[in-house]
Design a protein around this ligand. Sequence first.
Ligand SMILES: Nc1ncnc2c1ncn2[C@@H]1O[C@H](COP(=O)(O)OP(=O)(O)OP(=O)(O)O)[C@@H](O)[C@H]1O
Ligand SMILES: O=P(O)(O)OC[C@H]1O[C@](O)(CO)[C@@H](O)[C@@H]1O
Ligand SMILES: [Mg+2]
Length: 529
Amino acid sequence: MAAAVKTSGGFCNTQQQWLHSTRDLFLHGSTRSNAKECKSRKTKKPTSLRVKATSTKVELDFNDPSWKQKFQEDWDNRFNLPRITDIYDLKPRPTTFSLMKQRTPTGDEDSTPMDMWNGYVNNDDRALMKVIKYSSPTSAGAECIDPDCSWVEQWVHRAGPRKDIYYEPNEVKAAIVTCGGLCPGLNDVIRQVVFTLETYGVKNIVGIPFGFRGFFEKGLKEMPLSRNLVENINLAGGSFLGVSRGGPKTSEIVDSIQARRIDMLFVLGGNGTHAGANAIHDECRKRKLKVSVVAVPKTIDNDIPLMDKTFGFDTAVEEAQRAINSAYIEARSAYHGIGLVKLMGRSSGFIAMHASLSSGQVDVCLIPEVSFALDGEYGVLQHLEQLIKNKGFCVVCVAEAAGQELLQNSGATDASGNAILSDIGVHMQQKIKTHFKGIGVHADIKYIDPTYMVRACRANASDAILCTVLGQNAVHGAFAGFSGITSCICNTHYVYLPVTQVITAPKRVNHKGRMWHRCLTSTGQPDFR
Ligand SMILES: Nc1ncnc2c1ncn2[C@@H]1O[C@H](COP(=O)(O)OP(=O)(O)OP(=O)(O)O)[C@@H](O)[C@H]1O
Ligand SMILES: O=P(O)(O)OC[C@H]1O[C@](O)(CO)[C@@H](O)[C@@H]1O
Ligand SMILES: [Mg+2]
């Protein structure tokens, strides 16, 4: 911290900058903040850094030749997967999972040894979390650990079926629960979890209705699940089991898990749900229960850190793009038409940015990560005026969490404790109307708020595949004896991460990263400050 020099726009090449980039490991990515200023204000090279980890704290001194090794040890420690064998002395058994029809050349079944099949993942297999070597902190989107932006390998555990398992399938009771808001693909994951459990030989599979509330509310009964029952549920959106926010305390959920004799719990949800899954996992450990808690990251917001994307995001973007297209057609066909679309995203602008980019029809994209003014010389309204003058129409896409600082905040929260946002879409609609009326220029505003339409639909092809793999891997992870993990995709590979590592803070759009720059290039919008 001592070497940090605060400038008006951020921190230069100082310890603080490294602290920020490492703490937020990949959340924001870029360490390019304030590059111009930093160039002219060369500061002393930082020599130490506190790596903030959930479970360990490592002081790194970059003059120490072994700092990389220390970093990696800390990394391995943080990304090590919790296992039920950490608390139990359990002997594994050979897996019951195989897709091979085993035949000899003469056609006899069951004579090829299982280990001839190379379909299993070794517990020592790893995938690289990051594959770009940045030559300098000023490279676009650079994520650096030290001031020289040295290459350090960051490995995470590969997901998939193991040869050895820690549960007797015919004794297992497995439960599935879906929490938070709806998301395309929930049914695809439920279906794959059931299919894969049955492939292992599990007969006792249940669904917990309406999220964590299903563990608690009297009158909500668990639903027996089977392949036959869930075969076609992926053809519809929503959750076959129902969802909810809020609900019982962790101890009450674990009481219920104990009373129901659940051995495996598959928890589908966003960041709140992951925090809940982690609390359940911790409580099960405290009570020394042999329960595997495995999460599958779901959210249209795509705001869970470290992973390429969460399931449902692609579909939500595709649907959002349809709303933008309608806004474009309306605006294009009206005299001085202004199409305004508000898109979901509780704390990040991923849907708005990706839908704007994919549609190619947006003139102004506003996200919560980039502050903007509506009024004034450099404000959005002035720019809209120019667009109407030069082009005759325009399209604006605003993320629901954008510009909250311009609005009155009620301070209200939902049942899960999430802040209830003020309506930036309606606010902008009013401001645009008033502005054009004030300058005596005709403007025809068409406001589209597709809200739940972007998440109540069924998964598109790419999400359906993602859900299939994540659901299958969740079951493999539980049978391999892991608990407190999430089944996700990192750097195009399927991996398991400890839940602790993905609940630190929501992932947000890196406003200094390449994707936001691409979006700006596409819209052609100026800086609204
Ligand atoms: N910190 C926490 N600890 C324990 N449980 C939590 C925590 N945060 C949220 N939960 C529980 O997790 C469930 C889902 O949380 P939330 O409503 O925030 O949705 P989410 O999983 O973040 O999904 P979405 O992306 O749809 O918002 C709720 O039942 C809530 O009570
Ligand atoms: O109205 P609900 O169901 O509480 O959910 C709204 C929120 O859920 C999400 O769809 C997912 O987190 C957000 O984009 C949105 O802010
Ligand atoms: Mg959430």
